[in-house]
Design a protein around this ligand. Structure first.
Ligand code: NBP
Length: 498
């Protein structure tokens, strides 16, 4: 590849926009440097790189001469090194650093240029930024990037939002670096302004639920059968050859197989059992609460991480009454493991269905035209929740784009039917033996809630009317009603006060 190497002759102010690079990356920590290397590995790209502190730029350029990066050491040099419309991906810490970099780029770029935020930004920040940046005449794209550092280097799943105009320039570049699943690049123009970061947020929420369900499955098998982590690793490896095939199942086998070099114990037994979180699960749940969407699996997974981290509460609660999970053993280990597998699959279907519900509700609220089938397809490769069964979700939305509940698609109806007995048995066993399985239990309760002909919500409406005159509707006639609870308890027609 014969590339011009430096824009040194063109470093005055914003430059002419005739620099050698067609794309730039700002922020060269692990994600930015790997994404820059991925971009540079494509014949059609010449990549300008810039980092606030010079050392990261020097290190990257020195370590990867094959990338033929165009290094810049000031924002002015960076702008000068890019062709018009200048296109730059920001990969810095989300929050204030992102705002700081946007301000600098707007100072040295020109209207029509494209600023992309590839960090894990909250979608409402993205909506705010796009408004401000586009009012100044620039294009702004909030883009979800999934796959961690490995994905950034070898092919991430990319979820760009932003205006159509930016997608024209950006689309081919992103397609060149995205993961490929079944011949299709794992990138689509998700929707306008914050749509990309919204979808990435829900992706992470589903990831929380999926991980929690896998952890519950491992725990039940270990306690019920007494198998070692290495033996359970083989079970997960086997599951990964069937309908549960996914990156998370695959890496679960790897983690369970690992022996700690210092003690000779399974690594999982020397890791402190307190799960951390960077906040995207909480964002997904908070947003779902605002939208009124029950994402109970994601919420339980997020809360389960919180519970695990409250060591001081766990320390004083060990003697609370209840069955001892130590006494729990199953008679037929193979049958039990198959029940756990089915319960995991059914609960996983519920978690994904809830996540897609949240995306649909977000799209309606914020006016995004999001193709749910396309979203499921771009999650098939590159990202943490990549899984064979995303094809089934894509099929379901291809067959009916406005499907109101993913669970009701024929493939999932069959799978849930197959899993029924096992799912219920596993939830019963976990409750009776004192093994916490919050995500298994809540997904089953959600499922039964959806199925129920009558819900006790009627009683709740009665209670609300009693203490707050919130009114209710009747099953047998139109209108809104209130019972005069503190008078003669007769019923009157009333204005709906919710
Ligand atoms: P970090 O999130 O650790 O951010 C470090 C980078 O931000 C450095 O380049 C640093 O420059 C730069 N930066 C900071 Br901090 N403040 C700045 C400022 N005021 N102006 C300019 N630059 C500033 O890096 P990361 O782990 O590579 O992640 C980058 C983004 O990608 C984040 O938003 C992250 O949430 C997202 N993401 C991460 C993953 C993952 O698996 N790690 C996956 C998907 C998305 P310096 O070198 O001068 O300090």
């Amino acid at each position: 590849m014969d590339r011009p190497t430096t824009p040194e002759a063109d470093t005055s102010g914003a430059g002419t926009g005739s620099g050698p690079a067609n794309i730039g990356v700002v922020g060269l920590a692990v994600m930015g440097s790997n994404l820059a290397r991925n971009l540079a590995s494509r014949e059609e790209n010449t990549v300008a790189v810039f980092n606030r502190s010079r050392s990261k730029t020097d290190e990257l350029v020195e370590a990867h001469p094959e990338a033929e990066f165009v290094p810049a050491f000031t924002y002015e040099e960076f702008a000068a090194s890019l062709q018009k419309p200048r296109t730059a991906i920001i990969m810095v810490k989300a929050g204030r650093p992102t705002d700081a970099v946007i301000d600098e780029l707007m100072r040295v770029f020109e209207p029509g240029d494209i600023i992309i935020d590839g960090g894990n930004s909250l979608f409402t920040d993205t909506i705010r930024r796009e408004k401000a940046v586009s009012e100044a005449g620039y294009n702004f794209v909030g883009m979800g990037v999934s796959g961690g550092e490995e994905g950034a280097l070898n092919g991430p799943s990319l979820m760009p939002g932003g205006p159509d105009e930016a997608w024209v320039t950006l689309g081919p570049i992103l397609k060149s670096i995205a993961a490929v699943a079944e011949g299709e690049p794992c990138v689509t123009h998700v929707g306008h302004d914050g749509a990309g970061h919204f979808v990435k947020m829900v992706h992470n929420g589903i990831e929380y639920a999926d991980m929690q369900l896998i952890a519950e499955a491992y725990d039940l098998i270990r306690r019920g059968t007494g198998k070692t982590p290495a033996e359970i690793a083989e079970i997960f490896a086997e599951w990964n050859r069937g309908e549960l095939e996914s990156y998370l199942i695959e890496i679960t086998a790897e983690v369970l197989r690992q022996t700690d070099a210092a003690t000779g114990l399974p690594l999982v037994d020397v890791i402190v059992d307190e799960a951390g979180a960077k906040g995207t699960g909480a964002w997904t749940v908070q947003t779902a609460l605002d939208l009124g969407v029950p994402v109970s699996g994601i919420a339980e997974a997020t809360f389960a991480r919180s519970l695990s981290s409250h060591r001081e509460q766990r320390d004083v609660s060990g003697a609370l009454p209840g069955p001892s999970s130590e006494d729990f053993t199953v008679e037929d280990a193979d049958a039990f493991i198959e029940q756990v597998r089915l319960a995991l699959y059914a609960s996983k279907i519920v978690a994904y269905s809830q996540g897609f519900d949240e995306i649909r509700a977000g799209a309606a609220q914020y006016g995004w035209n999001i193709d749910l089938g396309a979203v499921s397809k771009i999650w098939r490769g590159g990202c943490i929740i990549r899984a064979q069964f995303l094809n089934r979700i894509a099929d379901a939305y291809d067959a009916e784009a406005t499907l109101p509940v993913l669970l009701t698609a024929p493939y999932f109806v069959e799978a849930l039917g197959r899993a029924q007995d096992a799912w219920r048995e596993i939830v019963q066993v976990s409750a009776s033996s004192g093994i916490p399985a919050p995500a298994f239990s809540s997904s089953l309760a959600y499922y039964d809630g959806l199925r129920a002909d009558r819900l006790p919500a009627a009683l709740i409406q009665g209670q609300r009317d009693f203490f707050g005159a919130h009114t209710y509707r009747r099953t047998d006639k139109e209108g809104t009603f209130h019972t005069l609870w503190s008078a003669d308890r007769s019923e009157i027609e009333a204005e709906d006060t919710h």
